[in-house]
Structure formats: structure tokens, C-alpha cells
Design a protein around this ligand. Structure first.
Ligand SMILES: *Cc1c(COP(=O)(O)O)cnc(C)c1O
Length: 379
């Protein structure tokens, strides 16, 4: 038998070395990955201190005070946190208006239906955005509506919905305001208190550039306090999750320790980059560079108005020989993984530009795409 010292462990990920042009999980820095090479106790003071620090930093990024807001971390992917909010904060008498223009908006409809939460849906096409006058009218016609939820950056298409405009309306009508800012928080400034947001939801593996494993909710304390007892599940009970975490930083149930430490590192790197505004500028540059080069290569964007700076849907090229799977494999073999389309009506593929990515990456991928298309043409 081999002694322990002689045993060799072979990493299972050898040979996989390409960047992700997908909006989460996304390409993280080497240092974020390396931060995970430590096993932490969940109850140790060192670890609890990290949780407390992260919660405080999230409040700062959200431009809210600790007196008025609390940051709740929750195990699972982003959808778990959306489901946590929808299933725990609404009282039986509440009625929710769900604005939907993509898969993530529709997922909220599915959740509301599953929990039998009274709701109405305002749905528009995936390349269009919500109109305040329409919402205004819906609210006037249905005074039972007490809450509104929307996705900020609808990752389905890459469209950026008009958060400020709807926030104004929500404040005028004094509705409970829930925002899925999964793929925008950390990559664009969102003054949560100023916009009157009661619950903002995001996750570790998007614009903060951490790895998957937990999501978080920036919750207004007064709203969360009132929600006690409304939860329809045990594990996703937001109020209870916050109550336990607020004691000393220990998570209710096992926490994703490696993910949390990677997140701590990712937050440091966000600060080192110059904070959200600097990151926003980098993403914007990436996005514009990509758009410019893809347009030059003959591609058309699916979203014409309100394209966001995080991810872009491009229509399939007119060439009949175009095969997404082959295209994908070609790009992957050359260092970049892109994303299949998710919009329902039109054949598209998506290219994300968030994560540890720079304009030079956009140039490289666009050059690969150009070469591929030329070869396809001459085939
Ligand atoms: C990523 C994302 C989610 C959550 O998706 P998960 O796969 O559960 O992490 C929700 N909403 C939006 C807009 C997203 O981009």
C-alpha cells in the first residue's frame, strides 16, 4: 500500500483554460481563486468577522446606512434569494405587480404562482422595457396592489430596465419595492435608499466578481421587521436568516466558507479598482468595444434601445451554414466560452463582458469571430 506521502492527487480541471464571457459564473481573478485554498470553521471568530465585514461592505456599496438597512447573506444561487424574498416578505393581504421582460421576470411569476401570492403581471417584449404610464394606470385600476418587483438588468437579453423612473412611481404610490439587481449590482451605481428600494437582491458571482455559492439581499430594516412570520418555507426565511446572522456573524445552517472568503477578496479587488464607478467604466468600455467590433463584423444586436453594459445578445448571422455548437466549440478552443441565447423570439447568442475581462479580451474574441465568419463564408 502506498503511504500517504506517496499518494498523488490529480486535479480534475487540468487542461481547462478559457475565459468565461458569461454573466455568472464569470471569469474571476487568480487571487480570488487562490483565496479559496483555505478551509475555515463556520463558528470560529475569524470567519464570523469576515461575514460581519462583508455585510457592512455591501451596505456601503448599496449607499445605505446600517441604521436603516441590513445585508442578509443566503446560501444558494441568485434564484434562491429571489425566492426567499418573494416567499418571506409578502403578507397574505399583499398583492404583487411583477414587471417582466425576460426569463428572470418570468421566473418570479412562477414563484408567485407556486406560493399562491396574489399577483398581476406587466409583460413586455424581451427587447422592450417597461413604461411608467402603463404601470401608473395599472396601479390606478387595481388599488389592491401593494408591492412591485422588477429585474434591473434582464440578463436574458441584456436590456437595462429604467430603475429610476419606476422607483419614482413606486415611491409616489408607497409600494413595497423589490429589485432583482443580480447582474447589475456592483457594476453600476444603485443608490438603494435614495431609490426607495426595500429589498435589493444580488449574488456573489456576478459584478462583484466572486464565485458562486451564495446570494444576498439588501433589506430595509423596517420592512423586514414587519415581515416576521410571513415566510412560507423554513430554509428561505429571510427574516430568520437575518436574525441569526445579526447575532455575531454566524450563518444559520452551513455557510459556503470558500465562496465567502473568495467574496471577501473580490470586494477588496473592487475597492482597489476604484469602486463601482471605476468598474462601471471598465464594463462600459468592454461593452462598447465589443459592440463596435461586432457591428463591423456584420452582427446585429437584439436590443435596440436600453442596451445594458453587461451582456449583449447578437442575432445569428444570415449565413445558413452557421451552427451555434460549432461556433461555440471554435471560440472555446481558442480561449473564450460564450453563452447561448435565451430570448424566446429570435435566434441569438450572448456575449457577457463582466468579470476579469478587459477591452483586449473583446478585441480578441471579436477577431476570432471575424475569422470564423470569413472561413464559413469561404467554405
Ligand atoms: C443570474 C441571475 C439570476 C439568478 O440566477 P441563478 O442561476 O439562480 O444564479 C436572477 N436574475 C437575474 C437577472 C440574473 O442575471
Amino acid at each position: 500500500m502506498k503511504s500517504i506521502a506517496e499518494k498523488t492527487y490529480v486535479a480534475t480541471n487540468q487542461g481547462i483554460n478559457y475565459k468565461l464571457l458569461t454573466p455568472g459564473p464569470l471569469t474571476t481573478s487568480q487571487t480570488v481563486k487562490e483565496a479559496m485554498l483555505v478551509d475555515h470553521c463556520t463558528w470560529d471568530e475569524d470567519y464570523k468577522r469576515i461575514t460581519r465585514k462583508i455585510r457592512q461592505q455591501l451596505l456601503e456599496l448599496a449607499e445605505v446606512s446600517a441604521a436603516d438597512y441590513t445585508a442578509v447573506l443566503l446560501q444558494g444561487s441568485g434564484s434562491f434569494a429571489v425566492e426567499s424574498v418573494l416567499s418571506s416578505v409578502l403578507a397574505p393581504a399583499d398583492k404583487l405587480l411583477i414587471c417582466a421582460n425576460g426569463a428572470y421576470g418570468k421566473r418570479m411569476v412562477k414563484m408567485a404562482t407556486r406560493y399562491q401570492i396574489p399577483h398581476v403581471v406587466y409583460e413586455v417584449a424581451e427587447n422592450e422595457t417597461f413604461e411608467a404610464p402603463v404601470i401608473q394606470k395599472m396601479l390606478q385600476q387595481d388599488p389592491a396592489i401593494t408591492a412591485l418587483t422588477m429585474v434591473h438588468s434582464e440578463t436574458t437579453s441584456g436590456i437595462l430596465n429604467p430603475l429610476e423612473e419606476i422607483a419614482t412611481l413606486v415611491q409616489t404610490h408607497q409600494l413595497l419595492f423589490i429589485v432583482d439587481a443580480m447582474s447589475s449590482f456592483g457594476g453600476i451605481e444603485i443608490p438603494v435608499a435614495k431609490l426607495g428600494i426595500d429589498y435589493l437582491i444580488s449574488s456573489a458571482n456576478k459584478c462583484i466578481q466572486g464565485v458562486p455559492g451564495f446570494a444576498f439581499v439588501i433589506a430595509r430594516r423596517s420592512a423586514l421587521a414587519k415581515s416576521a412570520g410571513n415566510a412560507r418555507t423554513v430554509s428561505l426565511d429571510l427574516h430568520e436568516q437575518e436574525r441569526v446572522m445579526a447575532i455575531d456573524g454566524k450563518w444559520r445552517f452551513t455557510s459556503p466558507t470558500h465562496t465567502v472568503i473568495a467574496f471577501e477578496q473580490a470586494l477588496q479587488e473592487l475597492a482597489a479598482e476604484g469602486g463601482i464607478s471605476a468598474r462601471q467604466q471598465r464594463y462600459q468600455k468592454n461593452n462598447e468595444r465589443l459592440y463596435h467590433l461586432m457591428t463591423a463584423a456584420g452582427f446585429e444586436r437584439y436590443v435596440k434601445k436600453n442596451q445594458g453594459p453587461f451582456i449583449t445578445s447578437f442575432k445569428y448571422p444570415a449565413n445558413e451554414k452557421f451552427d451555434f455548437q460549432q461556433f461555440y466549440q471554435y471560440l472555446k478552443a481558442n480561449g473564450y466560452a460564450i453563452y447561448p441565447g435565451k430570448v424566446s423570439a429570435v435566434d441569438c447568442f450572448r456575449i457577457g463582458n463582466i468579470g476579469e475581462l478587459y477591452p483586449s479580451d473583446m478585441e480578441q474574441v471579436a477577431a476570432l469571430i471575424k475569422t470564423y465568419m470569413e472561413e464559413l463564408q469561404n467554405d
